[in-house]
Design a protein around this ligand. Structure first.
Ligand code: AKB
Length: 317
């Protein structure tokens, strides 16, 4: 990776990876691709940014040509809960947007990283120790777009030799950008509410286990996979990666160790609960460990401690 375009740079999953990429590859070598939300602060001031709406192939093509981009980190996507509310938009961004990125990559010989998700699984998938290769019949629009995206990336690799790579991200927990429109967002909101109000009303039922990952590990997964020896990659576009699995009771208990007065109650959202019930309780990520040495640094206790320390400082400003 020498010249990198990051789409979706300003959104939940985009802003921190973009800054890490700038630190590692040079500010001028990482182009922030924005659509409607303008970048702020360090993200805006530290290097180039350009309007890149991935559903407009001319915009993607223009920026790739202008900066001689060799790698596209394609993070622009509509997440699960919004995708259920706006399936047309989800199809347009998650499928047509990806197709445009792959076409431009084919033309200009770029490598492409695209995240898939635990949302690529569904109700008939084995939900415990979910294997790398297994049944994928999701019943959400988000899931449909994620499975299609995995297949499309495989196709572009086999048919056109585009160097496509990707992981199935679990819920990502970050102290920088607030989540929006996902099913796993509760695992971030809970920290903000615990610090600000000492209580949280959770929209996911007790006993619903989901895989999660702290943002530094999510960034490491993307960079390690893109830097991996291609000769060792068998799965390429859809590696299961996980760092921890918990239900709302377990994360609440961990937070209570730091904020003893914290309490949690429930007001379950039927849409997000139904989605969560079709996603793995925990994935088997041994293929990623074997093929490119995946190893997360943060489990639940270390992530919780770091989130509380960082957010306490941030929210006191
Ligand atoms: C969501 O909840 O939609 C995302 C995801 C797991 O893909 N965070």
């Amino acid at each position: 990776m020498k010249r990198i375009l990051v789409t979706g740079s300003v959104r939940q999953i985009g802003s921190e990876p973009t800054m890490t990429l700038r630190e590692q590859y040079g500010n001028d070598n990482v182009i922030v691709g924005v659509n409607r939300t303008q970048p702020q602060g360090e993200l805006k001031d530290s290097g180039p940014f350009e309007k890149v709406n991935c559903t407009d192939i001319k915009e993607v093509d223009g920026v790739v040509k202008k900066y001689k981009v060799d790698t596209i980190i394609h993070l622009a996507a509509i997440l699960s809960a919004v995708a259920e509310a706006k399936p047309n938009l989800a199809w347009d961004v998650n499928i047509n947007g990806l197709y445009n990125v792959l076409e431009v990559a084919r033309e200009h010989k770029c490598a492409v990283f695209t995240p898939s998700s635990i949302g690529a699984f569904g109700p008939t998938t084995p939900l415990d120790d979910t294997p790398q290769d297994t049944i994928q019949r999701p019943n959400t629009m988000y899931g449909v777009t994620k499975v299609s995206g995995e297949l499309l990336c495989d196709y572009y690799y086999k048919r056109f030799q585009v160097d496509t790579r990707g992981v199935r991200y679990p819920g990502i927990i970050s102290n920088v950008t607030l989540p929006g429109g996902g099913t796993t967002d509760y695992a971030v909101e809970i920290f903000y509410e615990a610090i600000k109000n000492k209580k949280y009303t959770c929209y996911i039922k007790a006993g619903t286990f989901l895989d999660m990952m702290y943002m530094p590990d999510a960034i490491k997964a993307a960079i390690d996979l893109m830097e991996a020896d291609p000769g060792k990659l068998e799965h390429r576009n859809a590696f299961n990666v996980s760092a921890m699995s918990f239900d709302p009771e377990i994360i609440a208990a961990e937070i209570k160790k730091h904020i003893p007065e914290f309490t949690m109650d429930y007001d379950v959202d039927p849409v997000r609960q139904a989605i969560a019930e079709t996603w793995p309780n925990n994935m088997d990520d041994s293929a990623a460990r074997e093929e490119w040495g995946w190893k997360p640094a943060y489990e639940l206790p270390a992530m919780t401690k770091d989130m509380i320390e960082k957010l306490t400082v941030k929210l006191s400003k």
